[in-house]
Design a protein around this ligand. Structure first.
Ligand code: FAD
Length: 396
């Protein structure tokens, strides 16, 4: 047996013996997902036990170095562990932008002091992070951002506004892009700063979304203070760091939104149930065709992402090709939700009320929520531009 297979069978045995019964099969249920932070609490004792036992092994961040509270696993072992978690449908013990975005960025471009300061607080679930990139006049054209950071003696004074800061009302710290030189060409006057949100100069206001949830925020900074030790990559050199972080965000290492094989099976079951069967197949040929297309797209995406996992095993860092994953994942996810709306027919029109099942209402809200998937982390058009220029090498 190879070392990986030995590791896999040990991990499987340990999970089967130790994972609390209550959380098995709960991977798809958001209420069992935990993002940590100073404002968080566990919604069930089993969730707390699960988090504690996984943290003890360093498996909140299995492939991070042990010195930062990670598990020290290689890419192949970490991938095997992920598969074993998926086999038992176990939710990850911890998730969020700390693990999926700022942590990997610090590991790639942060100083040892910055890693020592921030990474253990992520792996231990102490600090929850949010992302301060977009501004009212800087979305796709992110480098136009205006939020300023002025160095005064031993501190940076921050003024301006961020928008669409997902989860800022629940987060403790923000990683943000600021303008430190307004005379330089726009990409060269940007500084990447980490800032504690718990201070008088910061105000967070929630924004309601079409799905009824309000995970979005506007975040205002009025003479907020950041420590120069929390500048990543150097003053006026933040654009390079910003791009590194985006490759991690787009790589899909974080909570993904693509439909897995199980949701395609559910779509198939719903189609059989609502539209009927003929000769063992879904009766409606158009829906049948769309289901087959979706299953193929999902499989292609899976295989393409597997290639990326393989290249990581060889030590490669994620690059602009992550735009392909982000683009396809969000488009496939929207096609899935649109198909579910077609299958549900008039029952997809419910917002609330007795005439609709819980599942139908959840699906309708998921469809509405999912519209943002092709906008977040760079719109589909912007990711197509990146693929054209940076992956395929086409001219500007
Ligand atoms: C669910 C969700 C979560 C988000 N979370 C965060 C977050 O946590 N933190 C954060 O900072 N931001 C976040 N955002 C904001 C997101 O990054 C921006 O919405 C996105 O970058 C697009 O910017 P914009 O909304 O200003 O649209 P615009 O940039 O104004 O774009 C409008 C339209 O023009 C098109 N367009 C613009 N430029 C070009 C071009 N050069 N070529 C072709 N087409 C172009 C776009 O594709 C789009 O269709 C989130 C957004 C969503 C939907």
């Amino acid at each position: 047996m190879s070392n990986i297979e030995v590791f896999r069978s040990e991990a499987r045995a340990w999970l089967e013996q130790n994972a609390p019964e209550e959380i098995r099969g709960k991977a798809g249920d958001p209420s069992w997902h935990y993002s940590g932070g100073r404002k968080a609490s566990f919604h069930h004792p089993a969730q707390e036990r699960w988090f504690a036992m996984m943290r003890e092994r360093g498996w909140t961040a299995p492939d991070w170095p042990v010195e930062y509270g990670g598990g020290g696993l290689g890419a192949q072992e970490a991938a095997a562990l992920k598969q074993e978690l998926a086999r038992l449908k176990l939710p990850p013990p911890l998730e969020g932008m700390g693990l999926s975005m700022i942590g990997p960025t610090l590991l790639q471009v942060g100083s040892p002091e910055q890693c020592r300061e921030h990474l253990p607080k992520i792996t231990s679930g102490q600090i929850r992070w949010c992302q301060g990139y977009s501004e009212p006049s800087a979305g796709s054209d992110l480098a136009s951002l205006q939020t300023s950071a002025r160095q005064v003696e031993d501190r940076f004074i921050i003024n301006g506004q961020k928008i669409w800061t997902s989860g800022a009302h629940l987060a403790d710290w923000i990683f943000m892009l600021t303008r430190t030189d307004s005379t330089a060409p726009k990409h060269l006057g940007i500084t990447f700063v980490l800032l504690d949100l718990d201070q008088p100069g910061v105000e967070v206001r929630q924004i309601q979304m079409i799905s009824g949830a309000s995970p979005f925020c506007e975040t205002f900074f009025r003479d907020a203070v950041a420590d120069p030790a929390n500048v990543i990559g150097g003053v006026n050199r933040g654009w390079t760091v910003a791009k590194v972080l985006l490759t991690h965000e787009r790589s899909g290492s974080g909570p993904g939104n693509r439909p897995g094989t199980s949701s395609i099976s559910r779509a198939l079951a719903a189609a059989r149930d609502k539209l009927g069967e003929q000769d063992g197949r879904v009766r409606d040929p158009i829906v049948r065709d769309k289901l087959a297309q979706l299953a193929m797209d999902q499989q292609c995406l899976q295989l393409t992402m597997q290639r990326s996992v393989d290249s990581r095993k060889a030590g490669e860092k994620p690059g602009p090709e992550t735009s392909i994953f982000k683009l396809c994942r969000s488009e496939v996810s929207q096609h899935h939700d649109e198909l579910m709306m077609t299958i549900n027919g008039p029952e997809a029109l419910g917002w609330e009320g007795d005439g609709f099942s819980e599942q139908e209402l959840t699906q309708t809200r998921a469809y509405l929520r999912g519209r943002g998937g092709t906008i977040a982390a760079g719109t589909s058009e912007i990711n197509l531009n990146i693929i054209a220029k940076r992956v395929l090498g086409l001219p500007d």
